[in-house]
Design a protein around this ligand. Sequence first.
Ligand code: SF4
Length: 234
Amino acid sequence: MSVGGVDLEDLARESARLETATPQEVLAWTFARFRGQRVGLSSAFGAEGCALIHLAREQQPDVPVYTIDTGYLFAESVALREAYRAMGADIRVVEPLITIRTQAERHGPDLFAREPDACCEIRKVEPMRRILTLLDVWITAVRRDQSDTRQHTPIVGTAARPDGALVVKVAPLARWTRRDTWAYIFDHALPYNRLLDAGYTSIGCEPCTRPAAGDERSGRWAGRDKTECGIHHL
Ligand code: SF4
């Protein structure tokens, strides 16, 4: 099977080869290998997203950064997004197809409290599917040590578009630890979400995010089995 002119076996070989590469080397390979194709980042402006935006823009300053505004973001997250825009990043905000008000009219108020998977589908996963239609290569800030569900993240993999076509998915920070992330942020004096100084270790929508009590993502949908919004299952 061919993906953007690269077959899946070749992608798997490259992914294995890049297991010992630095994030800078993975990004350099990505920008060179897919030159002329639509390469972009997605970020929710977590600590690793901030580091990845800086790393990527060091090599390609105009790389687009797609971000989803669910309508439930913390004010601190929106302010951070705008700080990166002010630094010159090409931030492209994608919103759900319906407002929170329309969602409440159709599904009842506070869908996040009753059916968080349905709420995430409307406010995160569907927008991410639209973003994938704009990209041939999706660069993501996922790290393997963030949670059990992320421990097998390949350096280079694929994600599926709604029409079944595949997008190359690159995770330059897959092998980084939390400590690596923060070392990079402090070494480069990067802006980061101040909620991360207040006990939060992973920040999503305000109604579904609490300070962490366990692993890094334990403050997300705390008290539920849910650990992922679904965008990384595409
Ligand atoms: Fe809805 Fe919560 Fe998912 Fe945000 S994280 S889209 S509020 S269920």
